[in-house]
Design a protein around this ligand. Structure first.
Ligand code: ADP
Ligand code: ZN
Length: 598
């Protein structure tokens, strides 16, 4: 079968998305590849299809042992011969998988890196024909990243051990240094690089200032997400526990998740979230990597994340199925103080702390935006979005703003005249005309910008600087001392060709009634009832098989079925997500449900 035939028959999808086809082709042709795609972009297909098309078994390396059995269950639903080897299998089970491998009866094998690198496993694999080696969550090889796994460093050996086998490294972590580090540390040979767009158009970004966090969250959940699955992120374990308990009291099916819970409770709560409909996980950042539940409808942040990258990864867990989803966040200046203290009292060396402080400032700048939020988010990942997105709070409900062009020009001039190497604090002091030792040593107190900005408070200046950074007029030298320099776009502002407006006060409190649910997801009332019956049927089916509900069918597929109401096999098969195996297995039951009177 060709790649597209596999996609259509085995997966039930009509066409490849974005770069998928090119990635699949590169692997089938035997090339190494580096694949950067946002969460939900569709990475799995990229290595699974070449594994099916090329002779031999595809080996998938993943650090996420807890999720392997669900991944394998999902593949088996499609009729793919998949298995995993990890420490959760007993001796007999592992021997069975090995026997299947030797007999050439498997298309895909999932392994944790430590298992793969055991001499016994390497010897076994050396006897086999390998279609491909996929290294998922490849950013775990980066020592500077937050997900570093020392075992990943050992994977470089695969280059020598399996010279003819194409290797594919995949990650959703986007920054440029990490990309190079992955290529080098995994010893990829001249990999073809694929960088998908990191835009997630179905996610609606919203940020509000914290007033009464509990009431704000409650309104958001009750009005917009009753019965939906979602994640609520909090900074501390204590807050996680308290919030989960309070949500349960309010009638939500909420469970806590943080590193301080025993491994067993953690696994149980994660598994409930994955398997059941409508569970809300309240969690620290310990929760999330690899969670491939497609129907997470919201990610709420009750505390400010440490960086825009972290925020984007966390919010990216919403809406992997492409259906409308919310990234909803509350922030307050208290967060900033708390985060700063965490950084200051941390163990890191000074240079590192400086980087973390500027990342925090960028995050705060993002919160305070009064323009499209998606544009600066994507700029973070090196992408340009020309038009405002139309699907963030500022696009949908533009806030009140004031013209700040004059002050912005003063700020940019101050940056320029002091030599484009000082950080925000120094520049604010400069604008306010505070005399200190450095100002006189450098002769900065003689400049025309010295003391020019006394009509604004230090706070307002800081806010303005954050906006200038967030909007790309100023750039922070994070590798050095956090000094600011002008970018090309600053020129237009300085020359008076461009103006800038900033939010009058902080973002309006969340939860007012205008924030209705996005229209695409809604169904006509009669269809909604059918959708609910399909979901109930799916739950029984999933329980019986002991797999998560989404492994049987995604919400998006059930919703299409409810809308289209196919009357025969052929029209059912035409719906995206209805694969050949699913049609064979569930077709009759579904057609019966559609035909039955409600
Ligand atoms: P990632 O691993 O990149 O986060 P997944 O591989 O889990 O993403 O895919 C995200 C979702 O998109 C899944 O529900 C998957 O079934 C779906 N998907 C992937 N490729 C396609 C496609 N070509 N057409 C339709 N849906 C797709
Ligand atoms: Zn927008």
């Amino acid at each position: 079968m060709s790649a597209i035939e596999v996609l259509q028959r085995v997966y039930g999808y009509s066409e490849f998305r974005g770069e998928q086809a090119a990635i699949v082709d590169a692997a089938i042709a035997g090339r190494d590849a580096l694949v950067l795609m946002p969460t939900g972009g569709g990475k799995s297909v990229c290595y699974q299809i070449p594994s099916l098309v090329r002779p031999g078994v595809g080996v998938v390396v993943s650090p996420l042992i807890a999720l392997m059995s669900d991944q394998v269950a999902a593949l088996r639903q499609l009729g793919v011969r998949a298995a995993y080897l990890n420490s959760t299998l007993d001796y007999q089970e592992a021997s069975d998988v090995e026997a299947q491998l030797r007999a050439g009866q498997l298309d895909l094998l999932y392994l944790a890196p430590e298992r793969l690198l055991m001499p016994r496993t390497l010897e076994l694999l050396a006897e086999l024909r390998l279609a491909l080696i996929a290294i998922d969550e490849a950013h775990c090889v980066s020592q500077w990243g937050h997900d570093f796994r020392p075992e990943y460093l050992g994977l470089a050996t695969l280059a020598d051990r399996f010279p003819g086998v194409p290797r594919m490294a995949l990650t959703a972590t986007a920054d440029v240094p990490t990309r190079d580090e992955i290529t080098q540390r995994l010893a990829l040979h001249d990999p073809q690089r694929f960088v998908a767009s990191f835009d997630r158009p179905n996610i609606r970004y919203r940020v509000s200032e914290r007033a009464n966090a509990k009431q704000q969250l409650l309104r958001f959940l009750q009005k917009e997400h009753p019965g939906d699955a979602g994640v609520v992120y909090c900074l501390s374990r204590k807050k996680v526990e308290a919030t989960a308990e309070w949500l349960r009291d309010e009638g939500f099916d909420a469970v806590p998740y943080h590193a301080g819970l025993g491994a067993e409770r953690r696994a149980a709560n994660q598994s409930r979230f994955l398997r059941e409909d409508g569970v809300v996980v309240v969690a620290t950042i310990a929760f999330g990597m690899g969670i491939d539940k497609p129907d997470v409808r919201f990610v709420a942040h009750l505390d400010l994340p440490g960086s825009v990258e972290a925020y984007y990864q966390e919010t990216g867990r919403a809406g992997r199925d492409g259906e409308p989803a919310d990234a909803w966040m509350l922030y307050g200046l208290g967060d900033v103080v708390q985060r700063r203290q965490m950084i200051d009292s941390g163990e890191a060396e000074d240079g590192r702390k400086r980087i973390e402080r500027s990342k925090l400032d960028a995050m705060l700048g993002y919160c305070e935006l009064d323009t499209c939020r998606r544009q600066p988010l994507l700029r973070y990942f090196g992408e340009t979005l020309e038009q405002a997105c139309g699907n963030c709070d500022n696009c949908l409900w533009p806030p009140d703003t004031d013209d700040a062009t004059q002050s912005a020009r003063q700020a940019l001039s101050a940056v320029y005249r002091t030599g484009q190497r000082f950080g925000v604090s120094y520049l604010v002091d400069h604008l306010l005309g505070k005399r200190d030792e450095r100002a006189s040593r450098f002769g900065h107190d003689q400049l025309s910008t010295f003391g020019i900005g006394q009509e604004l408070t230090a706070d307002r200046w800081r806010r303005l600087f954050r906006q200038l950074i967030a909007r790309g007029h100023l750039d922070v030298d994070v590798g050095g001392f956090g000094g600011l320099h002008l970018t090309k776009s600053a020129r237009g502002l300085l020359k008076g060709e461009q103006s800038i407006r900033v939010r009058r006060k902080a973002a309006a409190p969340a939860g007012s009634s205008r924030r209705a649910r996005a229209p695409q997801a809604s169904l006509a009332p009669g269809d909604e009832a059918l959708f609910e019956r399909l979901r109930a049927w799916r739950k029984d089916e999933a329980d019986e098989q002991g797999v998560p509900a989404y492994v049987v069918f995604h919400d998006a597929t059930l919703r299409d079925i409810a809308r289209e109401k196919p009357a025969d096999d052929a029209s059912l098969a035409a719906i995206s997500g209805v694969s050949a195996k699913r049609l064979e297995r569930y077709g009759a039951a579904i057609l019966e449900l559609i035909a039955a009177p409600a």
